[in-house]
Structure formats: structure tokens, C-alpha cells
Design a protein around this ligand. Structure first.
Ligand code: FES
Length: 80
């Protein structure tokens, strides 16, 4: 799937660049040119980054503040 129409960059190219070490959006911009023309591809490119496990870096996903409690729901498994 083409992510950046302006530079003809697919999600495969983005994943390959990430596998080769590009771990920030800025690095992907430098390597592939994504988001450097109209910029409309940035959210989709960041989504690909998140799918590759880069959500804890500078991909734009919000980090939870340490003081905020995390809501956890436990489900009980019923025997058949
Ligand atoms: S679609 Fe990527 S810069 Fe325009």
C-alpha cells in the first residue's frame, strides 16, 4: 500500500527502513522523503511506525504520565 503519494513510498519501504535502523519519523523523512511535500502522509506513516513497535519513541503516540493509574480489567475464565 502506498503511504506517501508524493514520494511513491509504500508501507513495505517504511518497514524496511525501520528494520535497517530508522527509528524516528525524522529519520524516515531523511531516508525516504516521506512527509516532505504535502505532509498528508504523516499520520499513516506514524501508524506504520507504531505497528512496527516504535510507539515508545518519537512516533507521536502519547505517553502515559507515571502518576496516572493504568486501568486494568481482569476477566475470569469459565470452565466448559
Ligand atoms: S503524501 Fe507524503 S508528502 Fe505528500
Amino acid at each position: 500500500m502506498i503511504v506517501c503519494v508524493c514520494k511513491s513510498v509504500s508501507d513495505r519501504k517504511i518497514r524496511a527502513a525501520i528494520a535497517e535502523g530508522a527509528d524516528t519519523f525524522e529519520a524516515l523523512q531523511f531516508e525516504l522523503g516521506i512527509g516532505t511535500c504535502c505532509g498528508k502522509c504523516e499520520p499513516s506513516a506514524r501508524e506504520v511506525m507504531a505497528q512496527c513497535g516504535l510507539c515508545e519513541t518519537e512516533c507521536g503516540v502519547e505517553r502515559r504520565a507515571p502518576s496516572q493509574p493504568m486501568h486494568v480489567t481482569f476477566y475470569e475464565r469459565k470452565a466448559a
